[in-house]
Design a protein around this ligand. Structure first.
Ligand SMILES: [Mg+2]
Length: 267
């Protein structure tokens, strides 16, 4: 095709295209060629979102089942997922489930009545919530900053975890002794007491905090303290905590209850 032929071909092609365009309103829109992005958008993006949701749910179940190696932050791609979980209904429903099952177990206990039947509670993310702090720090997607976290702790403003407060009151009313065992440092004792009372927790038998022994794992520290508690004659019939390190090790409770916490891991 010579140069003149090419010009004629282009003119005829353009005229045909214009005519098609002029008749466009009479055509079935489903038959029109569509840009690929339209075919790709909604269903595909929804599937991608489902994939992330499935992946992050799987990760969260692995966290709760204690199947993961120690981890320092949540997976980056799960930041929105964890935020939705924490702020939506799921987290609270999970906490209510643990509280309810713990309460059923507590009521089933045959207490000796000698004042030595005990229930151990962790504090952070078990009795009171640091969610206001974590909502400002990426719901666990940022590396833990102990200086900033200590500032938050010193405000003494952590709210009660309501289902845990309900369980706490039930356990008290049954006549069990309450022992609070926390990884908080001893120098936070006063603010911890103030915060607990402000959140609605008013009575306990012991409040055990950590000394300056940070080289020890939380699991080792809590095992050691549970051993001391049992050596005093207490029978630890129940234990509630948001970390496996609250619950496992030695001198374990007769039954342990794990509260959900996908935001951080303490070994
Ligand atoms: Mg905790």
């Amino acid at each position: 095709m010579d140069f003149l032929g090419s010009i004629v071909f282009l003119c005829l092609f353009s005229m045909g295209f214009c005519q098609e365009s002029m008749n466009i309103n009479h055509l079935d829109p489903d038959l029109l060629p569509r840009p690929l992005i339209i075919e790709f958008s909604e269903s595909r993006l929804k599937n991608m979102s489902d994939d992330i949701a499935i992946h992050c749910t799987s990760w969260r179940v692995a966290v709760e089942a204690n199947n993961l190696s120690p981890w320092k932050t949540i997976p980056k791609e799960c930041a929105d997922y964890v935020k939705d979980y924490m702020l939506g209904r799921s987290y609270n429903v999970d906490l209510e489930k643990v509280s309810k099952e713990s309460g059923i177990y507590a009521k089933s206990l045959q207490l000796k009545g000698d004042g030595m039947d005990a229930w151990v509670f962790d504090i952070d993310e078990t009795l009171i919530s640091n969610l206001p702090y974590y909502s400002d720090h990426g719901y666990g997607s940022e590396f833990f900053n102990n200086v900033q976290f200590d500032k938050w702790i010193l405000e003494g403003a952590a709210p009660a975890i309501k289902p845990s407060l309900k369980l706490y009151e039930e356990v008290l009313s049954l006549g069990l002794k309450i022992i609070l065992l926390t990884g908080r440092n001893e120098n936070k004792r006063n603010v911890t007491i103030t915060n607990l009372k402000h959140a609605g927790y008013h009575k306990w038998d012991k409040l055990i905090l950590r000394q300056n022994d940070r080289e020890k794992s939380a699991a080792a520290f809590k095992s050691e303290k549970r051993k001391e508690i049992t050596e005093e004659g207490f029978r630890i019939l129940g234990n509630s905590g948001d970390q496996w390190s609250d619950l496992v090790g030695t001198s374990m409770a007769t039954r342990s209850f794990k509260l959900s916490n996908p935001m951080y891991h303490i070994p």
